[in-house]
Ligand binder design. Structure first.
Ligand code: SF4
Length: 229
C-alpha cells in the first residue's frame, strides 16, 4: 500500500468508527462565529467537558457581544470558573467583546490575521473559529490530539513543534478534502483509542497501518508514550 492509499484508509476507518462516538465540544457551535470564538478561547489547555460547561453557562447569560458587555466581571468569572486560567480568560471574554463592538461592528471577522488580534486568540483558536464558525477550512486545527496522533502515524516530523508548522506538514500529505474533519476526527480518536499516555495499540483498528512513532511496548498488550517512560 502506498502512502496515499494508507492515509485514505486511515481516514476511512476513523470516520467509520467516529459515527459511534460522541461529538466534540466545538461541534455545538457550528455556524455560530461568536460562540465559536469565545468557546475556542475558553478551550485552551482545558478538557472538553469543562469547556462546554463554562461556555454553556456563559451563553445562557449572554449570546452576543453587546449583551455580554452588560454582565459584571463576577458573573463572567463565575460562568467560566470550570476552565483553566479562568481569571485571565474572564478578562479575555470582556476584551474580545469590547473589540468586537468597538472595532468590528459586533461582527466576528473571518480573516485569520484579524482574529489573531483579539486577546487570548492565537493561531489555533483563530483557525478553529474559522472552521467552526464560518465553515472555512484553509488550514487544519492543530491541538494536542492532532499533534500527537499525526506524529504517531508518521505524517508529521516528530521534531516539529509549532502548530502552524504541523499544519503545513499535514497539508502536504493529507488530501484537501480531509482537512475539515481531520481535527474533530482525531480529537475523538484520541479520546477513545490513541490516548496520550497509554494508546490502545493492541486492539487499535489502525494497528496494521501505523508505525507507532514515539510509542513503546511495555508488556504483552501494553503500550506507552515514550516521552512518559
Ligand atoms: Fe495510536 Fe497505537 Fe493506533 Fe497507532 S496503533 S494509531 S499509536 S493507538
Amino acid at each position: 500500500m502506498n502512502d496515499e492509499a494508507r492515509i485514505r484508509e486511515i481516514y476511512r476507518r476513523i470516520s467509520e468508527a467516529a459515527q459511534h462516538w460522541p461529538t466534540t465540544t466545538l461541534d455545538h457551535y457550528q455556524g455560530q462565529p461568536f460562540k465559536a470564538l469565545i468557546a475556542g478561547m475558553l478551550s485552551a489547555q482545558t478538557r472538553e467537558e469543562q469547556t462546554l460547561q463554562a461556555a454553556e453557562t456563559l451563553f445562557a447569560l449572554a449570546d452576543n457581544p453587546y449583551d455580554m458587555l452588560q454582565l459584571t466581571d463576577e458573573q463572567i468569572l463565575r460562568a467560566v470558573q470550570p476552565v483553566s486560567f479562568s481569571q485571565n480568560k474572564a478578562k479575555y471574554v470582556r476584551e474580545i467583546c469590547q473589540r468586537l463592538v468597538e472595532v468590528d461592528g459586533g461582527v466576528v471577522p473571518r480573516d485569520l490575521e484579524k482574529l489573531m488580534q483579539y486577546r487570548g486568540v492565537g493561531w489555533k483558536v483563530a483557525v478553529l473559529t474559522r472552521q467552526v464558525g464560518f465553515d472555512i477550512h484553509d488550514d487544519i486545527t492543530v491541538d494536542v490530539h492532532v499533534n500527537r496522533i499525526s506524529k504517531r502515524l508518521g505524517l508529521v516530523n516528530p521534531a516539529t513543534k509549532q502548530p502552524a508548522k504541523i499544519n503545513d506538514e499535514l497539508k502536504q500529505v493529507l488530501p484537501r478534502e480531509f482537512w475539515a474533519r481531520w481535527n474533530p476526527l482525531l480529537v475523538l480518536f484520541g479520546r477513545e483509542v490513541c490516548k496520550p499516555t497509554y494508546p490502545q495499540c493492541a486492539t487499535c483498528f489502525l494497528r496494521d497501518l501505523c508505525p507507532r512513532i514515539g510509542v513503546v511496548q511495555i508488556g504483552p498488550r501494553r503500550f506507552k508514550n515514550a516521552e512518559y517512560l
